[in-house]
Design a protein around this ligand. Structure first.
Ligand SMILES: Cc1cc2nc3c(=O)[nH]c(=O)nc-3n(C[C@H](O)[C@H](O)[C@H](O)COP(=O)(O)OP(=O)(O)OC[C@H]3O[C@@H](n4cnc5c(N)ncnc54)[C@H](O)[C@@H]3O)c2cc1C
Length: 498
């Protein structure tokens, strides 16, 4: 793996491979345990394909009992574990380790309960994000967080990464739409946090779990909120000759108290790549394109569209087209949704970054990014959830050219540092994983990081779950004053355990 420091491989575990595989096969028999090279090749990387590592062994459990037994066995034998959903992580969260059991949750693919009265759906973690909406759409409901990868990514992965999407500006990220979880700890204990209700007594354990990147437990069941689909949705396509003016228009729309269902922005290279790919009818003579979608009752949408149009004209837009049909609205979005593959056509490789900034800083950051592009001698195409201030710069490079991957990584690091410098943060929705791990000190002090690790120590004192991700340096829990279980007295005895 190119220069990426990972926890050193445990030679004792490696030497015991045959015995460990046999023990796991007892728990997850047949095709549920994969230990041959060709079978495991599928899992050697996630969507951060710059890094690859063959797993030690892969298990695909089907029941909570199997998950609990696998984790208990690993815990008792000091074996590391990497949980995995669909493997679409862009931050390397599901990257295997040479000595870790990779636990794929994709056989947990059943919808368990749909409760329209309580507006909830309870599903297994391997169910894809889109499948939740598909399961409830016949009654006019949907699940709001919509990562562009929704056709493939699992809801378990969404929980672990606190994933977002176009509609999260108005309806919140995963964390705002999850009501309950069942998890299995590394010790093999099954726990429940939350349920179908809005709040629970005691500490907000659910909030700890969402965004925990597979470091605290394996999610085995998820209850999410489902929403009534809006009466109508219309989108407006707005072109600006100046990207900084587009950034100002975004801030002005939100500042006016308008919360669009989605507000996305693309810069010139992204517009051209998308238009060449899907022919969405995007204007090619502008430096920035905004897609603003308003949803809700018809009269409200019509009124807000006029206000958005007026604001955009005030900030110098030169094109402004409102969708007149569902087909046209879908067409406006088609280019944006295909922006990643479209950029993939114009460069041998690209690296997708993910940082968040305060909206008002958009013009400054766009300018800074253009300067960084010159400094590193690499092109960048920008696609972003403008309303949330969540940037996705796509750094274009050629991995076959010596040194370009390293330059792309340095460029990406500089972009994220810029995001932190203007008051933003290292990630908006893709998580830290291995990608941003070493940048964590840019954002957090040593004390901050130690505090976060104390939470990790409470759940997993031996650092067996997904080590090498999120934290740049793993302190031994003893150094952090780890929780002490005395005479079998469990900490937090009030937490329900099943
Ligand atoms: C083309 C493309 C577009 C994308 N667009 C978006 C987007 O718009 N918004 C966005 O937020 N993300 C996006 N992503 C990133 C990615 O799809 C999300 O991070 C997604 O949530 C990952 O889900 P997954 O099932 O693939 O998880 P994986 O990649 O398999 O794993 C991701 C992390 O979750 C952990 N994990 C997975 N399942 C479990 C479980 N059951 N219990 C505990 N931990 C678990 C893993 O250990 C890992 O740390 C995109 C990715 C691609 C490739």
């Amino acid at each position: 793996m190119s220069g990426l420091a990972m926890p050193s491989v445990n030679a004792d575990i490696m030497a015991r491979r045959a015995e460990i595989v046999a023990a796991l096969r007892e728990i997850v028999p047949g095709e549920g345990t994969v230990d041959d090279e060709i079978g495991m090749r599928t899992y050697e990387s996630d969507a951060l394909t710059a890094y690859r590592q063959m797993p030690f062994v892969v298990v695909l459990p089907e029941t909570v009992e199997q998950v609990a037994k696998v984790l208990k066995y690993c815990h008792e034998n000091g074996i590391r574990v990497v949980p995995r959903g669909a493997g679409t992580s862009l931050s390397g969260g599901a990257l295997p380790l040479a000595d870790a059991v990779l636990v794929s949750m994709m056989r947990f693919n059943r919808i368990l309960d749909i409760d329209f009265d309580n507006r909830t759906a309870t599903v297994q973690p391997g169910v894809t994000n889109l499948a939740i909406t598909q399961a409830v759409s016949h009654e006019g409901f949907y699940y709001a967080p919509d990562p562009s990868s929704q056709i493939a990514c699992s809801i378990g992965g969404n929980i672990a990464e606190n994933s977002g999407g176009v509609h999260c500006l108005k309806y919140g990220l995963t964390t705002n739409n999850v009501l309950g979880l069942q998890i299995v700890t590394i010790e093999g204990e099954v726990m429940r946090f939350g349920g179908k209700h809005l709040d629970s007594e005691g500490y907000d354990w659910l909030a700890f779990m969402v965004g925990s990147e597979g470091l605290l437990g394996v999610v085995t069941e998820v209850t999410v909120r489902i929403l009534r689909s809006p009466e109508t949705a219309r989108a407006v396509l707005v072109g600006f000759p100046d990207a900084e003016d587009a950034g100002r228009a975004v801030a002005a729309i939100i500042g006016a108290g308008i919360i669009p269902g989605g507000m996305e922005m693309m810069d010139r290279p992204a517009i051209h790549a998308a238009e060449a790919f899907v022919h969405a009818g995007y204007p090619l003579d502008v430096d920035a394109l905004l897609i603003v979608e308003l949803d809700g009752p018809q009269v409200e949408v019509d009124h807000l569209l006029q206000r958005v149009e007026a604001i955009c004209r005030e900030y110098g837009c030169t094109t402004c087209r409102v969708s007149e049909s569902e087909e046209e609205r879908a067409n406006f979005w088609a280019g944006r949704k295909a922006a990643f593959p479209a950029v993939g056509r114009i460069s041998p490789d690209y690296m997708c970054m993910d940082g968040t900034i305060p909206r008002r800083e958009l013009p400054r950051v766009l300018k800074g990014m253009a300067e960084l592009s010159e400094k590193h001698g690499l092109r960048v195409a920008n696609v972003f959830h403008a309303g949330d201030g969540n940037l996705h710069p796509l750094i274009l490079f050629d991995a076959n050219q010596p040194g370009e991957l390293e330059r792309a990584e340095a460029f990406g690091a500089d972009i994220l540092k810029l995001c932190v410098e203007v008051g933003g943060c290292l990630t908006g929705e893709h998580g830290v994983g291995v990608e941003k791990r070493d940048l964590m000190p840019e954002m957090f002090t040593e004390d901050d990081l130690k505090q976060q690790q104390r939470v990790k120590c409470a759940f997993d004192p031996q650092h067996l779950l997904n080590p090498g991700k999120v934290f740049p340096v793993l302190h031994r829990c003893a150094e952090l004053g780890k929780m002490h279980v005395h005479h079998g007295k469990l900490p937090f005895p009030d937490i329900p355990r099943f």
